[in-house]
Design a protein. Structure first.
Length: 685
């Protein structure tokens, strides 16, 4: 009989499947949320549950505010000269060296390396950090020995925005600095390795002393005008003017519309100081109207004057040869330290941006400098051979009204921001790079935290739903089990009543039938009493088997071998039989109640077939067990049947059905000359 607990098990299976479906759907939602890069819900959840997310958000806000205090690099098309690029090499391990030498020892405390930012012809795109070597070593020669100041490795890979690498170290007196590049990189599909920089600054305090050095390098492309060793020290970087962004709008400086592109006498403007002032450099900042640096003077010189307008020092580098378009870069004329009363700019050739345009000279700032620091001096124009546009005149630029004034030529403001020293500018750009790297890392961390928060919420909801479902399943199962116990208790009570009442009554009937049968001599009456006795005995054993199968606590297992022998006596009335169950007697009690019941039903059907249909005079019964296999053999000497008839489904149908229910192997053999052999084999464990 099937136990009643199958219903709770079935309910639990349904609940488990429901849990799996819900979990799968939630997991799918989680995956979709992750693929979409996280949504506002994930971020809001992360900000509430994760202290790290809140701390990172505060730091990101602080970084955003701090970035506003640092220089903003120029992000447009690269302008000015390109810098240095070595010839191609086939081996990335070969060394490329750059050597800076001064006429006397200098105190050096930092170096700034600007990466190349080029338009590559093969791809037609702007490449940041082009040919930046993976290993850079900075060496100084002091007392005839090489001293390693710093080694850089993979410094430009996280933020590729052409920002400089700024290396500071303890000040060292040296007249020779060597930069060694190894582990070279390539920018093409061919094995062509190289190293390059757009600019190198070498600082002594605030002063950039790189332009004062004699520079040399192995494998330099000296035949390329825009990529040569000399351009490492021309202070034309790809990042624009050394300045800090300004909140107030700067006046443009001076604007000189000229008559001739090459005048007979130079165009001259003088910037006069109220008192003699020591300076060692003069910086000219270009103006931006249509294109960076398009109105910068082509040929010019800068003179330092005393109070009597006598020339003390002159810079004539570009007096005879044209100045390469600076773009957004300034030109800095370096001098020995000199006390001056005025600065004179001589323009020998003005710019003519287009064939039909008027020659023009534009500068946003003229800045005197000392040891790399811009000087803020209340200077004035005392003399000029060209007249700047008047303050009342205005210049329209993309809808914004700007003023060209005399004062703006020395107000310390370019068009974009406040003039600062190159070292402060480089330090600010380097700090910007570090902040951008930190910002990128924090944003990645925030994205991971928001994803994890979303996943945690999804899986938490999944766990909650599963817990609710499991709790509901537990309630259902407990209810089912309670019902099962109640039904089992009813069964046991009914079984006890049947055992005590019906079983006892049947036993009394069998006893009386046996006593009466033994005292009767009439054959007809004897047969009837014997039938009553046989049926009573069979009913008693059957009742006990049913009770044992349904309620093991009430029924008790009987000696099935003895019962099967007794059944043979009761069923095969008047037919001689041989019964052998020697090996089975020891195994009978180990059979499950259901198997005992099915075996008895099959056995009774086989004996009834012998009694009713076989017409036999002898039945041989053998029951045996071997290797957990039970074998029941029943053989008679009856009329038999043909093999064709025996194989028909309706022949011995009940016997075949009961064998199939047991999952047993059934062997049936018969001959027309007589006899039927039946063999059932089934596992008992």
């Amino acid at each position: 009989m099937r136990p009643l607990c199958y219903k709770p098990i079935l309910s639990a299976t349904i609940v488990a499947r429901t849990c799996l479906i819900v979990a799968s759907l939630l997991a799918l939602c989680a995956c979709d949320s992750e693929k979409s890069g996280g949504d506002n819900l994930d971020r809001k959840l992360a900000s509430r549950v994760s202290s790290s997310y809140r701390d990172n958000a505060l730091r990101l806000k602080a970084i955003s505010e701090e970035l506003n205090t640092h220089p903003i690099p120029y992000r447009g098309e690269p302008t000015g000269t390109g810098g240095f690029l070595a010839w191609w090499l086939s081996d990335p391990k070969k060394k490329i060296e750059l050597v800076f030498e001064w006429d006397k020892e200098r105190a050096i405390d930092s170096v700034a390396l600007f990466p190349l930012r080029l338009y590559l012809s093969n791809g037609g795109y702007c490449t940041e950090n082009a040919y930046w070597p993976e290993t850079i070593e900075i060496l100084a020669t002091t007392d005839g020995k090489l001293v390693s100041l710093a080694t850089l490795r993979d410094t430009q890979k996280s933020i590729r925005r052409s920002l400089p690498e700024f290396v500071e170290f303890d000040a060292i007196e040296t007249s020779k600095l060597t930069i060694v590049c190894t582990d070279l990189t390539k920018e093409t599909a061919f094995p062509q390795y190289s190293a390059g920089f757009s600019e190198i600054f070498i600082f002594s305090g605030q002063e950039n002393i790189a332009p004062l050095a004699k520079i040399g390098g192995n494998r330099a492309r000296e035949d390329k005008r825009t990529l040569a060793t000399e351009y490492l020290i021309d202070e034309q970087t790809p990042l624009g003017l050394p300045e800090l962004p300004s909140k107030r709008h700067a006046d443009l400086g001076i604007f000189f519309p000229t008559i001739k592109r090459i005048p007979k006498k130079p165009y001259v403007c003088e910037l006069t100081f109220p008192a003699p002032t020591p300076i060692d450099a003069v910086r000219l900042d270009p103006a931006i109207i249509h294109r960076p640096g398009q109105s910068f003077p082509v040929r010019f010189s800068i003179d330092l004057l005393d109070k009597n307008r006598h020339i003390l020092k002159s810079n004539t580098t570009y007096a005879d040869e044209p100045f390469v378009n600076p773009g957004l870069n300034p030109y800095i004329a370096h001098f020995d330290k000199t006390s001056v009363s005025a600065i004179r700019l001589n323009v020998y050739e003005a710019t003519k941006p287009t064939p039909r345009s008027t020659p023009i000279i534009q500068l946003s700032e003229i800045t005197p400098m000392l040891r790399g620091v811009p000087l803020k001096i209340e200077a004035d124009f005392r003399r000029s051979t060209i007249t700047p546009i008047r303050e009342s005149q205005k210049f329209e630029d993309t809808g914004i009204q700007r003023f060209w004034t005399m004062e703006s030529i020395h107000d310390g403001m370019t068009q974009s921001g406040v003039v600062i020293s190159q070292r402060d500018w480089v330090s600010g750009l380097h700090a910007r790079q570090k902040l951008l790297e930190e910002n990128a890392a924090l944003e990645d961390a925030q994205l991971r935290i928001s994803h994890m928060s979303g996943l945690t919420a999804v899986w938490g909801a999944t766990a909650f739903i599963i817990a609710v479902i499991i709790a509901a399943a537990a309630v259902i199962i407990r209810s089912r089990l309670r019902m099962h116990k109640e039904v089992q208790a009813i069964r046991e009570r009914i079984a006890s009543d049947l055992h005590d009442e019906t079983g006892s009554n049947l036993a009394v009937i069998a006893l009386h039938a046996s006593q009466l049968r033994d005292n009767i001599t009439e054959p007809a009456v004897y047969e009837k009493l014997n039938a009553i006795f046989r049926l009573s005995r069979e009913s008693i054993f059957g009742l006990r088997e049913v009770l044992h199968a349904a309620t093991p606590a009430v029924g008790r297992p009987q000696n099935i071998a003895n019962y099967m022998e007794e059944l043979a006596v009761l069923i095969l009335v008047g037919i001689p039989f041989e019964f052998d169950a020697t090996t089975f007697t020891r195994q009978g009690e180990k059979l499950s109640p259901q198997l005992r019941k099915d075996l008895i039903m099959f056995y009774k059907e086989a004996l009834n077939n012998c009694r009713r249909h076989a017409g036999c005079t002898l039945v041989k019964i053998r029951i045996s067990t071997e290797s957990n296999q039970l074998t029941i053999e029943v053989e008679d000497d009856g009329i038999g049947m043909s093999a064709e008839k025996l194989n028909k489904p309706q022949t011995l149908r009940t016997i075949k059905q009961r064998a199939a229910r047991l999952g047993a192997n059934l062997d049936l053999r018969s001959e027309e000359s007589g006899g039927l052999y039946l063999c059932l084999k089934t596992r008992i464990q």
